[in-house]
Design a protein around this ligand. Sequence first.
Ligand code: ADP
Ligand code: MG
Length: 614
Amino acid sequence: TYTYNTSNANPFSVSFCKSSSTPTTTATATSPNGRPPPTKFTSLVSLKPYLQSDWRPILSGWVCSAVSVYSLSKIVPLVGKFPSLLTTANPMHLRKEGLVLGVLVLVRIIASYLQQAFLWEAALNCVYKIRVYVFNRVLQRDLGFFEGEKGVLPGDIAYRITAEASDVGDTVYSLLDTIVPSTLQFAAMATQMVITSPTFSLISALAIPSMAFITGYLGEKLREISNEAHLSIAALSAYLNEVFPSILFVKANNTESCEIVKFQSIASTQLSAYLRKKKMKAFIPHIVQIMYFGLLFAFGVASLVISRGSFNCSAIFSFITSLVLLMQPIQGVGKAYNELKEGEPAIERLLNLTMFKSQVIEKPDAVELGPVTGEVKFCGVSFKYGDDIPFVLDGLNLHIKAGETIALVGPSGGGKTTLAKLLLRLYDPLFGSILIDGIDIRNVRLESLRRHVGLVSQDTTLFAGTISENIGYRDLMTGIDMRKVELAAQTANADEFIKNLPEQFETNVGPRGSNFSGGQKQRLAIARAQYQNPSILILDEATSALDSRSELLVRQALQHLMQNRTVLVIAHRLETVLMTERVFLLNDGKLREVSHSSLMDELHGSLSSTELVI
Ligand code: ADP
Ligand code: MG
């Protein structure tokens, strides 16, 4: 087991993340999909830190609920008095009582409204804090959490942080709204009962343990069913998040009907899970009414006692009224308990995202990487993605001199991208070390390492935002330097098409940059790297997806970008390889240096195009 670790919280994280109120719940290690059932009531307890700072609206809401219950307790007898007041026909008296009743009703309306408003404020503040905290923690998770076979689907994470967080809000509200009013009413009525008849109260109290048992058992069942319902809708959301980004692919393959079948299958699983949950929820209140058997029992005893003449009639009626009014809050508490059980899976799934142990850890004494010459050394580096998977890199040695440009070629799946990920320290090698200017990157602050190492990959990522925000992405928080953006665009051969856009650098890029061609997106990515101006640059198949016209522009842009730095070109095309000084072939986890001519010989005749992938 381990505890939450917030020491490396984001500097712009909200203050509660760093405060002592940060959760300190102990959690068992989670799977990437993270759903270990925490011990009982962990979920409720783990919400405490998020609610603590909102004690003011909570307290105000509860005070209002007390006022509301109090006014109700005054309204009921007053209404009862009205028939007799009407018969006495004393207008003065009637007007006075009517005025009191009016005021009481008004007080109750206002108090009930304020109760709800204050408690929703607390519940929604709680949701906001959980959301920000969870998002903050998820961003800090290792890349491995998002990648590979066991990686969590983006749609699942999105569903947890949006819809499930809202469910948590509903549960919190329901708990806050029930606990105090129900307790108040219970206390008032129980007192009334005990005053009327201690013996009867004791008999009625016997019904409570059986009630608690039934509610507890059903609550656990509801929790299980509710968890299944959450998983099923998360699967639906995950599927939708996969299919729409690939819509072009779906349409091009004419597979809409196939996707509809897949969707129907997931949606029908969701249907049955939700139906089971709704049926269970409908069933529980009826079972809860078993408590009324207690009332019947009381009636029976009462009639026996009356027949023996040992009890007066009005006391029995008063007692029974109290019992009925006592059962309302008991049902209320039962309902709140069930709400909690229904909401628990959402709370767990959300908070499980925050429970993890990073593999890539920044040491407390990590150093800032100052200006570097850009010398890179891989010393006996071995790496694999999982325990039962073969090594991707196996005792690999590579020395790239400062300012040198080398190419890395090899079969697809050979581990070229993995090598780049290790240099960026997105994963740590299992054995061996990676040095930049002689400093082990494990001893360097992650922020400074990733400032010095730039990556341009085949899949260009454009975010919703303007062109300038995309190019100056690194400085989004600190302020983008527009002069640098323009210069970067110019060197990346991108300024020409940007100048033709309606709002030039302030043009929005649209969803995932779908209104730009591959070559344009690539040049924007190069401009982004140019803006970063890293000492060490990795080009991961940056030109592999381009047509020849775009490629010329992109290649020129890359040539500019490659000047005056150490460059590792993961190459797909012969032209790109010929631009480099030395070539390495990565195969079976081993690296071998090959000369340009031997590479040409090796490829000669075996490939009709200039593709290098073997
Ligand atoms: P290349 O870039 O040379 O095509 P990669 O470095 O992307 O190859 O992948 C090397 C091997 O590691 C492949 O077999 C690939 O399937 C596997 N791999 C890559 N990423 C992961 C991951 N996150 N989890 C598990 N296996 C992975
Ligand atoms: Mg690759």
